[in-house]
Design a protein around this ligand. Structure first.
Ligand code: KIV
Ligand code: NA
Length: 275
């Protein structure tokens, strides 16, 4: 099978074929996602989706490496992108390169990091080391405290112009794609048509070069309340709980396990062991 690479994604934008990206955090979710999508993101959303944190700020490099390694062991054909967690790309180019380079050594094809012009120095340092970078603008969850909550961004003229300027700075710095999160559809459309690199939207309307949603959101595994931009395709929690409940009922009734689910002592040895 042909692997998905940066030129493949660039061609998708040029030929207007939508790029599909989702998250995976372990081998199970990676094996489900890989035959379906173009890009698998080991997102720092692992913090709230899998690890029980309220936001992504407590996610560390050690946590990300642990989850990336599990996904990478499945050797996906999709492009594998690893998300740089809070404080892993802010301190110095050295530290940033070591963290991102560690992701590539663990099997990632590229890294993703949040932020605009302020992050250009670090992005350039990574690109200079042959580490491909996906940018991420708009409602960047690591900025939750600065934003005063998870709020749609780029809704007034100043913010919209700043976002477009940030997008062009990231492209200029060498990003091969941008995630646009939580911004008006018109602004995402404008960014997508004025950039040469692909945009991947989440809560950014239909005009991006592709779409990303969190795996557990699409499949109804994340909880009971979902943001406006999520479409839940399977009530995964209900479906899985039904299966588990049928097994529990069979255990309690004695219907599980049946003879064909049990091991037997070979015929010739029965007497000597059982008696
Ligand atoms: O961490 C994540 O899942 C993300 C995507 C939603 C873009 O950053
Ligand atoms: Na993220």
């Amino acid at each position: 099978v042909e692997r998905v690479t940066i030129p493949v994604l660039q061609r998708c934008k040029e030929e207007r074929r939508a790029i599909v990206m989702t998250t995976a955090y372990d081998a199970v979710t990676a094996r489900i996602a890989d035959p379906v999508v173009d890009v698998i993101l080991v997102g720092d959303s692992v913090g709230n989706v899998c690890l029980g944190f309220d936001d992504t700020l407590p996610v560390s490099m050690a946590m990300m490496n642990h989850h990336l390694e599990a996904v990478a062991r499945t050797r996906p054909r999709a492009m594998l992108v690893a998300d740089m967690p809070f404080l892993s790309f802010h301190l110095s180019p050295d530290d940033t390169i070591r963290n991102a380079g560690g992701f590539l050594q663990r099997g990632a094809d590229a890294v993703k990091l949040e932020g605009g012009g302020k992050r250009v120095e670090m992005i350039r340092a990574l690109v200079n080391c042959e580490i491909p970078v996906m940018g991420h603008l708009g409602l960047t969850p690591q900025s939750v405290n600065a934003m005063g909550g998870f709020k749609v961004q780029g809704r007034n003229a100043d913010d919209a112009l700043r976002l477009l300027d940030d997008a062009h700075q990231l492209q200029q710095a060498g990003c091969f794609a941008l995630v646009l999160e939580g911004i008006p559809a018109e602004l995402a459309a404008r960014a997508t048509e004025s950039l040469t690199i692909p945009t991947i939207g989440i809560g950014a309307g239909p005009s991006c070069s592709g779409q990303v949603l969190v795996f557990h959101d699409v499949l109804g595994l994340a909880g009971s309340h979902y943001p406006k931009f999520v479409r839940v395709y399977v009530d995964g929690r209900q479906l899985l709980q039904e299966g588990l409940s049928r097994w529990a009922a069979d255990v309690r009734s004695g219907a599980f396990p049946a003879p064909q689910e049990s091991y037997r002592i070979p015929d010739g040895l029965r007497e000597s062991i059982v008696n």
